[in-house]
Design a protein around this ligand. Structure first.
Ligand code: OXD
Length: 322
């Protein structure tokens, strides 16, 4: 039980405006708690929990009695980037069906856009061209590979399978998903890439995965793609990708197309050549925006259960960084 003195929640967001929305929602849902922005310097002795999104490193340092830090999103790299985060405090990620569904919607939508050549038909509509692609492959012949088989990757793989694609998955440690061929660890990465013509990346950003999407990896993807070259979709983290290599791979025909939701620098700088590259589709880190009400409810349920002695769910393994 949190003793009465520790019934405060500190909210630390990059955007104070966004923090305000979350503070209101947390106050409405957790009436027995005081909810305050870290910028209002809550009394450290009273703070038992923190809810954060890209908080400024070190801003949680005064709260030595924290029982948990909640990320306001699925990713936790922004939390773990804070070197001043007390080592013993559990970090909890959001696992919420609204977020998972949104990510799978994005994945299925963009795989289908490539598979069904929608960008070509958009162009043809503009030019009033009535011409059907005679070589449209069937989904079962198209080899999609999902890199990262956490909650989001698994759901996306299952839904792609339902659409009829030939789906495989790769993760750091072995995973089993009905109807999906799975590959694990560095030793099986090349075999996974060699059979993949549409690569969907939902990896967490860790010291091992930073920059993994580079020319070396792209050259290992299936060369016998139905689309004239392999296609990359990244909705994981921008830090996974080397954007100069993506552009070079597109220009040299190593990649046929890329759909990117995340970028090395966000917002994507106006000067980035990705904006107007004809083979690039951009979405503004909007693939799976957290729904505030659903996420606050998830955090509140966890705090309530923890106050009643239950262990926290979906905690991060700080050694693995996810
Ligand atoms: C998340 C995100 O981590 O939106 O949830 O990036």
């Amino acid at each position: 039980m949190t003793e009465p003195g520790r019934r405060a929640i500190a909210v630390a967001f990059e955007s104070e405006h966004e923090a305000g929305t979350w503070i209101e929602a947390l106050r409405a849902r957790l009436r027995g708690f005081t909810v305050v922005s870290v910028r209002d310097r809550p009394d450290p002795d009273r703070v038992g929990y923190a809810v954060v999104w890209r908080h400024s490193p070190g801003s949680l340092r005064p709260f030595e009695r924290l029982k948990a830090v909640f990320s306001a999103g699925a990713g936790v790299d922004h939390v773990l980037a804070d070197a001043a985060l007390p080592a013993a405090v559990p970090v909890v990620r959001v696992v919420d069906p609204t977020l998972t569904n949104r990510m799978s919607e994005w994945v299925v939508l963009h795989v289908l856009l490539h598979h069904r050549q929608q960008r070509m038909y958009d162009y043809q509509q503009g030019e009033k061209i009535w011409a059907e692609d005679p070589d449209q492959p069937v989904a079962a012949a198209v080899r999609v590979g999902v890199m990262g088989l956490g909650v989001l990757g698994r759901d996306a793989a299952v839904k792609l399978k339902i659409m009829g694609f030939d789906v495989a998955g790769w993760s750091r440690s072995p995973a089993a998903i009905d109807g999906v061929d799975t590959f694990a660890g560095p030793a099986e990465l090349d075999a996974f890439l060699a059979r993949t013509e549409i690569l969907v990346v939902l990896l967490p950003l860790t010291p091992d995965t930073r920059g993994i999407l580079d020319m070396g990896l792209f050259t290992k993807l299936a060369r016998d793609s139905h689309f004239g070259g392999p296609i990359l979709l990244n909705a994981g983290r921008g830090g996974l990708q080397n954007e100069a290599d993506i552009l070079r791979a597109l220009d040299e025909g190593v990649l046929r197309a890329a759909t990117l939701d995340v970028f090395e620098h966000e917002p994507l700088p106006e000067a980035s050549p990705l904006w107007h590259h004809p083979a690039v589709t951009i979405t503004p880190h909007s693939a799976a925006v957290s729904d505030t009400v659903a996420t606050v409810d998830y955090i509140a349920r966890q705090i309530e259960a923890h106050e009643n002695g239950a262990p926290l769910a979906n905690t991060v393994d700080r050694n693995r960084h996810y």
